[in-house]
Design a protein around this ligand. Sequence first.
Ligand code: VGL
Ligand code: ZN
Length: 201
Amino acid sequence: MRPASHALIVIDVQNDFCPGGALAVPGGDQIVSGINALMGDFAAVIVTQDWHPVGHSSFASQHQGLDPFGVTRMPYGPQVLWPDHCVQGTAGAAFHKDLNADRADLIIRKGMNPGIDSYSAFFENDHTTPTGLEGYLRTRGIDTLTMVGLATDFCVNFSATDAAKLGFAVTVDQSLCRAIDLDGSLAAAQGGMVDAGVTLA
Ligand code: VGL
Ligand code: ZN
């Protein structure tokens, strides 16, 4: 058992990111049983859920002439455009049926603001609007995080990098993550996480 100051953060293990989903991550479902087992080592488990309104601005369907997996400019910077995914209340937004989400102390939802995407569990993609997770962790005396989930190169990467910048000790267990890997995004994410002080295990 890890000390109470060490939390497990499970990122976006949702149907749309698993095979058959709208934004399927290869092998996304292979990590579920290992994550459930790892929960047993932690006193604190936090689970995140990508939770977009219909017509979210990160969806390619909202941008005339642009296709999924292309990149556009948003006021806050470049933004990859995605297939419609994780729409609030849909089956695609639900957790993978085998994920032990009942174990979660906190479920943190993100991506609700129609005009800003939110990969990180800590901040929207403007890097300034907080989700509240930092305060939750600090008030519980948590200073060390292990992160697992989907996708390594987007939501796990942004969450881990933000956590390290906020001063948490962060390990990403890559065996319990899977990547989208768009144009080298996995290698770039790994480099960025290491530069931010994240331990890749
Ligand atoms: C994610 C793309 C869009 C993720 C979420 O969970 O990594 N990726 N929304
Ligand atoms: Zn999303």
